[in-house]
Ligand binder design. Structure first.
Ligand code: CAO
Length: 434
């Protein structure tokens, strides 16, 4: 254990910069590169991250204090005397708005460890926002420097970012310009002009209750909106005869009753989709500018309904997992999703998604593609239907499949082939061996 002093390092020709934000408090466990305070001079503002990790024992600055090079910011207890290993954090660890600024070397004099910091860009280039707002903006792809700040001293708030997104999506009087789909750069949405969002005083018509959207709803809503607007969706509807498959599923569940493994329709769907994705690689791909990135792995996400909204956990390497593994893993991830305990890593890396509403009902729907994927399978409730077998109608259990695809990448014939093949696998899994 060692307690080190954190001081303000060389910040150029700036002195007497005001502390305008305290981002940590005593007792907090600080990670290396985590921002501690925000300081502001008459020219610019910046966040000052800690170069080392540890527990903050004391914060020696208050809001409004003036600091210069060498000012004591706080005392940090490090687990292993990290004071002797102070390294400036890499540029990539600093928030986007100032990412073009190079970190200054930390003061290596001991036992005083200087905070790692950034050279200061001109004020006009600086977006004044907390790390959580910056993270939020990054998640939504919002360029912070374009967002007007409504907080004290022009700080950008969560609401400012939301309003910016709303403004872009619903701008009525000019073409919307957003960053290009499937690649870098920007694209004009072709002069699309939208009416402003209706502003209605609902209380004029009766009692109402206002509920803020959950964090998940806000994030997933913005993503769904972007994907819906920017991907030319087409949905191919088909039906799979799962009469034999359902009989097998019921039998497997009886046989494995003691193990607790529940063979769900979702597990079979994952397996069948993995086989189909291997056969039709363009469905296992992402658009990146003018390139199609074909993935050599098969990771599939499934939409999970939670009390706070929709999340999409991802099962990795579906093609190399057994049905029981898939059943166990989906059950565990769905439970984690409901408890709000999924880690970001468990929702990343998907190549394709499945949205199964079979347990809820419906006959068909149009699932929205989960960018940067290029297709998604929607599944509704199976139903017994009379199917003509060439000489008579037979009762068969039919599963509705709705395959939405990005028409920039996949044409209608390919989608019909994919869906037909998928249906044939579900009708008879032995086809996977062919
Ligand atoms: N047809 C008929 N019944 C079905 C079915 C289908 N296609 N799929 C599942 N069922 C039945 C099951 O047999 C089970 O019935 P029992 O309880 O009587 O055994 C019940 O529905 C629940 O099914 P399950 O335990 O297999 O769960 P699941 O795999 O269907 O669903 C999960 C798991 C996490 C995918 C689901 O809970 C969920 O959250 N789905 C929501 C997806 C969603 O919101 N999509 C919309 C996104 S917008 O694009």
């Amino acid at each position: 254990m060692a307690v080190i002093e954190l001081t303000v390092p060389d910040i150029g020709d700036v002195s007497d910069a005001a502390v305008i934000e305290l981002l940590v408090k005593p007792g907090d466990t600080i990670k290396a590169e985590q921002s501690l305070i925000t300081i502001e001079s008459d020219k610019a503002s910046m966040e000052v991250p800690s170069a080392v990790g540890g527990v903050l024992k004391e914060l020696r600055v208050r809001l409004g204090d003036k600091v210069s090079k060498g000012s004591l910011v706080g005392l940090l207890e490090t687990a292993d005397g990290a004071a002797t290993e102070v390294v400036a954090p890499p540029v990539a660890a600093t928030p986007a708005p100032v990412a073009d600024a190079a970190p200054a070397a930390a003061d290596r004099t001991h036992p005083t460890a200087a905070l790692a910091t950034l050279a200061m860009p001109p004020l006009s280039a600086v977006s004044h926002a907390s790390p959580s707002v910056r993270r939020f903006a990054r998640e939504l792809g919002v360029p912070l420097q374009k967002v007007p700040g409504s907080g004290p001293k022009g700080r950008i708030t969560h609401v400012d970012v939301q309003n910016f997104v709303k403004g872009v999506m619903a701008r009525a009087d000019q073409p919307a310009a957003v960053s290009a789909g499937g690649g870098a750069g920007s694209a004009d949405l072709g002069g699309m002009t939208l009416l402003p969002w209706p502003s209605v005083d609902f209380t004029k018509f009766g009692a109402v209750e206002r509920q803020p959207l959950s964090r998940i709803k806000k994030i997933s809503g913005a993503n769904l909106h972007r994907n819906w607007v920017r991907i030319p969706h087409v949905t191919n509807h088909d039906e799979a005869d799962i009469t034999e498959l359902e009989a097998l599923r019921v039998k497997l569940n009886e046989e494995h009753a003691k193990t607790g493994t529940k063979f769900t329709m979702l597990a079979f769907l994952l397996k069948a989709c993995a086989v189909a994705l291997r056969k039709f690689p363009q469905f296992n791909a992402s658009l990146d500018g003018d390139d199609l990135v074909l993935k050599q792995y098969v990771h599939i996400g499934f939409a999970a309904d939670t009390p706070n909204g929709l999340v999409v956990p991802v099962i990795r390497d579906v093609d190399s997992k057994s049905l029981s593994q898939l059943a166990t893993e989906t059950a565990a991830l769905a439970a984690k999703a409901r408890d709000g305990k999924l880690s970001p890593g468990e929702m990343q890396g998907g190549c394709f998604s499945i949205s199964s509403l079979g347990g809820f009902g419906g006959t068909t729907f149009t699932p929205i593609i989960n960018a940067p994927e290029v297709a998604i399978l929607g599944v509704c409730r199976s139903a017994m239907k009379p199917v003509w077998n060439g000489s008579a109608f037979e009762p068969r259990l039919m599963l509705p499949l709705s395959l939405s695809y990005d028409h920039r990448v996949i044409d209608g014939a390919s989608a019909a082939r994919f869906n037909t093949y998928l249906a044939s696998l579900l009708a008879d899994f032995r086809r996977a061996l062919v």
